[in-house]
Structure formats: C-alpha cells, structure tokens
Write a protein that binds this ligand. Sequence first.
Ligand SMILES: [Zn+2]
Length: 337
Amino acid sequence: MTHFLPWQQAPARRWLAARERFAHAWLIHGLAGCGQMEFALAGAASLLCEAPRDGLACGECQACRWVQAGNHPDLRRIRSDAQAVREGAMDVAEDAKKQPSREIRIEQIRSLLPWFNTATHRGGWRVALLYPAESLNTIAANALLKILEEPPEHTVFLLAAQAPDRLLPTLVSRCRRLPLAVPPAAEAQAWLESQGVKDAAARLAVAGGAPLLALEQAREGRPVTPDWLELFLDQAGNGGDGAALADMLQAGEPADWVDGFQRLWLDLSLAAHGLPPRYHPGQAGRIMAIARKLDPAALARAADWLRSQRRLVNHPLNPKLLADHAARYLLQSVQPR
Ligand SMILES: [Zn+2]
C-alpha cells in the first residue's frame, strides 16, 4: 500500500509542502495501530513520484509503479525479519526452530553504504525507510547515527516508531519529529466500515482509537470483548478464585492482556466517578455495577501494579506465574468494600 490513509492526507500535504528544504531524517511516531509505517511508505512514494498530485504520489508514473512493485532503485526498506514475515515479504524458515529476528542488525545498515554512492534515477531523492525504529539494536542504531552525522546527499531517512522513548536519544536528536495524532473517531470508524469491519465503533473503542489495530483484531476473528475480559467481568465481585481466569490469560500474550487490563482499569475509574467507560462502552452496565462497590484505594494499587508489569511484559520471567498472580490479585482488587 503506497497511499496515505484518509486521516493522514491533510498532515501529509502539510509535511510534503516543504519538500524543497526537507530535513534529511524524520522520526514519524504515534500510537501503535494508527499507521506510522503506512505514512512513511506513502511519504517515500510521494517523494519519489515523478508527477505528484497536490504533493502526493500519483500512483501511475514509472516511479510509483516501481514503488508498488517493491523494486524502486532509490527506495530501501530496512526492517526486522519478524516484520518482513508479518508483511508476507519473507517466508518463515521450514525448520521453524528459530524465531525470525526482531532486530534490525548492523549488516542491514552497512548494506546501505554503497547505495549512497550510486546516482539516483533522474537525479531525484533517495529514501531509506526504517521500521519499526525500536527494533534497531544498539550497534545498528550507532551505525545509523554515524551516517546521520554526515548525511549522504539527496537522501531522506524515514524512521517509523511507536515509542520514541525506547530509541537511542542521540539518534532521536538527529531526526526531525513528525508526531501523528490518533485519527478522529468518525473518520476512523468510516474507514473501518469501508474495510468491511462489523461492529466498527465497538472495535475502535476497544483498540483505544487505533484503526489499524482494530482492523487486525477483526481480521484475526477475535471477539470484540476478549474471553478473559468477559470472564473477569462475570467473576468480579462474585467471589471467583481466579483459576479459570488464569488459564485464559496463560493462553494469551501477556502484553495483550496487561494492556487490556490497563484499559479496563481506566474504564473502572471513570465509572467510579460516574463517567461512561471509554474503551468498553458495550459493557457499561457491568462496569458501572462493579465500580459502585469497589474500594478506590485497592483499584489504584492495582493500577500501579499493572503499570509496573507493562514495563516488564515483553520479557516476563515466568508467564504462568504472572498469569496466576494477575488473575487472583486483579479479581481481589475489585472486591466490594
Ligand atoms: Zn507518481
């Protein structure tokens, strides 16, 4: 896909309008699932297009066709193997013993060096697309930093990221920042519906307003409200011991359900203040009923605990222990006073 998503077109036009005095490195960042990678790719296409329309790629010229086919000589995509597999650009190894690497490695950065010395097609731009930028390991990030300190001519680096705070600060300081906002709900919902998603409004709410995340969850056939959340809402305040919930959590990804609990916790604290839930409007009745009886101090302590787990969750020491503890502790935290 080399087009900007509908909510990206206005910011993209403003960004590309200054292309004559363009910065040579951009950090395009925003909430996961709002389309930073798509923005960066469409940005690359627009910079390379030979006949841009109103600043954006025409989709028809030779350069646009090359970008679509993935073989424009002046465009390089640098991504982790895991990302390439996700995009279907790379097969998982037959003897899938080894997980595809989640890192961008130094060889990938070094492989760009000869490319900087070749002439560009019709003397235009050269665009290096790196994403997700968080997957640059330290050595690769330092190699990129060296390049950005003496940037090659006619070259633009587009880095797409969700969490700039996880990047090397010196690298971030070499880039102009381009923050992308969460799209307006109405626009995101209309787009999801145009992609054939049912329950678009509810899915969008559960995904925290991130339309690409909502689309992915719909395409994976996930229920709007995850099973573990249904069970939690049923058992909260009803004396559930957490065993069944722990089994469900164990079957999922800790990063997913810790995020999910953080959103539910926000809904519970809104409800405790008499406000409607933001992420789970479809569950308002049950959430209100739980919130009316709970102890705000216990809710706040559990919110702190969830925050501390969120930082560790990509490398849990023992996922089974984490699931067991979370199920018991979180159910306990919403017991009636
Ligand atoms: Zn074009």
